[in-house]
Design a binder for this molecule. Sequence first.
Ligand SMILES: C[S@@+](CC[C@H](N)C(=O)[O-])C[C@H]1O[C@@H](n2cnc3c(N)ncnc32)[C@H](O)[C@@H]1O
Length: 186
Amino acid sequence: MSNTHVCPWWAGYTLNWSIRRIAHSPERILAPYLKAGQTMLDVGCGMGYFTIPAARLLGEVGSVIAVDLQQEMLDGVRRNAEKAGVSACVVPHKCEAHSLGLDKYAGAVDLALTFMMVHEVPDRDRLVFEIRDALRTGGLLLFAEPILHVGKAAFEDSLRRFIEQGFHIVERPRIVICRTAVLEKI
Ligand SMILES: C[S@@+](CC[C@H](N)C(=O)[O-])C[C@H]1O[C@@H](n2cnc3c(N)ncnc32)[C@H](O)[C@@H]1O
């Protein structure tokens, strides 16, 4: 456990500003790891900065489970999915601070994304366990943390927790102002 600070819900609007696309193009970041028809889990989705483009990449038969602690973030996801015409493949899911509550998706997820959120979670071992449980064997986790809030040692410590729980590192893609790794559930 550690002291953490949850991003306030109103910051969800700032995170969705279109200027962010210069540094964090969701399509460029996600496309190498997603195939049409798959199921993606966006943990700590905010107002859907990655959820909505992912839904477009996945097409009508794919789905994105958009998980967040804050109802205001999920309300934003709903609105943005409606505007983008992708509501049918976006499943907003409100979790609790102590659990993601994803039992019904066990083994069903092809790609999980935790983008700038793990450092906000006090019980990271539990988070890792629940993400692992939701992924199918061979499923991928794209894990990115902001360099401003997460030092190299803290990031490597998180990677160690993933490895201890049955992941291995596939690659370390470069994403601006982030420490990043892609891990596979083995
Ligand atoms: C900095 S924002 C990042 C949002 C989004 N991933 C993005 O890159 O735009 C972190 C998000 O994680 C959510 N969050 C924090 N703790 C969480 C937890 N324990 N479970 C699920 N979501 C959480 C916050 O509510 C917030 O929406």
